[in-house]
Structure formats: structure tokens, C-alpha cells
Write a protein that binds this ligand. Structure first.
Ligand SMILES: Nc1ccn([C@@H]2O[C@H](COP(=O)(O)OP(=O)(O)OP(=O)(O)O)[C@@H](O)[C@H]2O)c(=O)n1
Ligand SMILES: C[C@](O)(CO)[C@H](O)COP(=O)(O)O
Length: 228
């Protein structure tokens, strides 16, 4: 296999240091196999196929940095750093290793292993058009209830104003750097940090195939998607 060359104007940070507790016992989630290859390989191959991508920085489990380097060498030119104790810390570590000459930075979960290159391009193009922060979203399909501590329903939330958020999330580099520098608490996504700074966050359509592989059923769905 020949490693993909990267020539675009976008750096992509790939937090991949999570344990995968919700997937069940085993090796770190990004290294677990889907159709014979680690999730991280699927994710990085799709990033490498997106013409906008000029650098990929992977935040790997601290004990697996060298192994991840070797794993990805045939897939694409990647930089690998040790991740941190939280997703946010892993993103911050990868950001420190990103090429400062690339003015657009995307942050993409290894766990969204099947994210299609055209969705990566969609996010990059929206940032390139002048938007400071861009996230891919999907409509919410379930009815959403708010509940109290006892599990009793407090009310029904208007789902028309809700969106499920995916990755990659795209930022002007200066915005992402400022957002992480200003961070005082943990957020589940990088757009949340940008929101704290008052940066307007725009949305583009996501893709159901970019599902986050979180629980055992997700792995089975992802395997089915690869054969359909
Ligand atoms: N300390 C951490 C925790 C998470 N991640 C990454 O952040 C992404 C989104 O996290 P999630 O899918 O929730 O993965 P885990 O944290 O591994 O899942 P769990 O909470 O079930 O352990 C994943 O690619 C994961 O590897 C990371 O780089 N460093
Ligand atoms: C960033 C994210 O993928 C957006 O949906 C998600 O929040 C990360 O997963 P986590 O379970 O919140 O760590």
C-alpha cells in the first residue's frame, strides 16, 4: 500500500486516545478492528482522500504512539503525538503539533471512522469561505424529553431547534488556538469552547455514515455499512 500524499491547506487533528469504555473491555477503541482494520486506519484513509487535507495529527494512547506511527505509515503521512486524559486534552496536544502555516484546522474523532471525504471537504470549504467555526449536524429524529433526578418527565423539548453534532468540526486556526487557550473546563466538543469565546458557530449538513462508533451495536452497523 502506498501512503497518501497530503497537499491541501487544512490540518486535521484526530483525537484517538480514548479507551472505548462504552464499547466494552478491550484495547483502546481507535485500535479495535472493523472489517479487519483498526478504526483509526479507516478514519485516516478517508481523511487522506480529502483533497483539502495537508496535515494529519493523531493523538494516540500514550503507550501506543510508536505502534500507531507504524500502523499509519502505509496509509498516509501522519504526525503522531501522545493523547491526554480527556478528549479535550488530546485535541490540545495534537493542536500543539499542527503546522502553524495551515490556517484552517479540523478536529475529527477517530471513532467516526467511516466519515466520507466529501463531508470533510464540505466542512473545510465552509471555513475557507470565511466562517470562523463550522460543525456538521443532523436533525434529531427521536422525541426528546427532559427528566428530573427521579427519572420523571419534566417536559418535551422542541426538537425542531435541536441538532445532533458530528465531526470533523472546522475552525480558523486562530479561533481554535484561542478557544483552547481560554478553556477553563471540559467540553464534549471543540465548538463548545469556541462558543464560550462568543465566536459564531455555523452548521453544514452532516452524514449518517459519519456515526460515532460508541457502543457494540455501532460496530455491527458500521460493518454492515461497509458491505452495503
Ligand atoms: N482521553 C481521550 C478520550 C477520547 N479521545 C477520543 O475522542 C474521540 C471521541 O470520544 P469517544 O468516541 O467518546 O471515545 P472514548 O472516550 O474512547 O469512549 P468511551 O467514553 O466509551 O471510553 C474518540 O476518537 C476518542 O479516541 C481522546 O483522544 N482522548
Ligand atoms: C465531538 C463529538 O463527536 C460530537 O458529537 C462528541 O461529543 C465526542 O464524544 P463524547 O462521547 O462526547 O466524548
Amino acid at each position: 500500500m502506498t501512503a497518501q500524499m497530503l497537499r491541501g491547506d487544512v490540518a486535521v487533528l484526530v483525537p484517538a486516545a480514548g479507551a472505548g469504555v462504552r464499547l466494552g473491555p478491550g484495547i483502546p477503541k481507535a485500535l479495535r478492528e472493523l472489517a479487519g482494520e483498526p478504526l483509526l486506519v479507516h478514519a485516516v484513509r478517508r481523511l487522506g482522500a480529502a483533497p483539502s487535507v495537508g496535515q494529519i495529527v493523531v493523538a494516540a494512547p500514550a503507550g501506543d504512539v510508536e505502534a500507531v506511527r507504524e500502523l499509519l505509515a502505509p496509509v498516509a503521512a501522519v504526525d503522531v503525538v501522545a493523547g491526554g486524559a480527556s478528549r479535550q486534552a488530546s485535541v490540545a496536544a495534537a493542536l500543539r503539533a499542527a503546522d502553524a502555516s495551515l490556517g484552517i484546522v479540523l478536529v475529527h474523532d477517530a471513532a467516526r471512522a467511516l466519515t466520507p471525504p466529501d463531508m470533510i471537504e464540505r466542512v473545510a470549504a465552509a471555513v475557507r469561505s470565511g466562517l470562523p467555526a463550522v460543525i456538521p449536524v443532523l436533525p434529531v429524529v427521536d422525541t426528546i424529553k427532559q427528566v428530573d433526578d427521579a427519572g420523571r418527565v419534566v417536559g418535551t423539548v422542541d426538537r425542531a431547534v435541536l441538532r445532533a453534532v458530528q465531526t470533523p468540526q472546522g475552525f480558523l486556526r486562530a479561533v481554535l488556538v484561542a478557544a483552547h487557550e481560554a478553556a477553563v473546563d471540559e467540553h464534549t466538543d471543540d465548538a463548545g469552547l469556541a462558543e464560550k469565546l462568543g465566536v459564531p458557530v455555523h452548521t453544514v449538513p452532516g452524514d449518517e455514515v459519519a456515526m460515532k462508533i460508541t457502543r457494540p451495536l455501532d460496530l455491527r452497523i458500521a460493518a454492515a455499512l461497509l458491505t452495503s
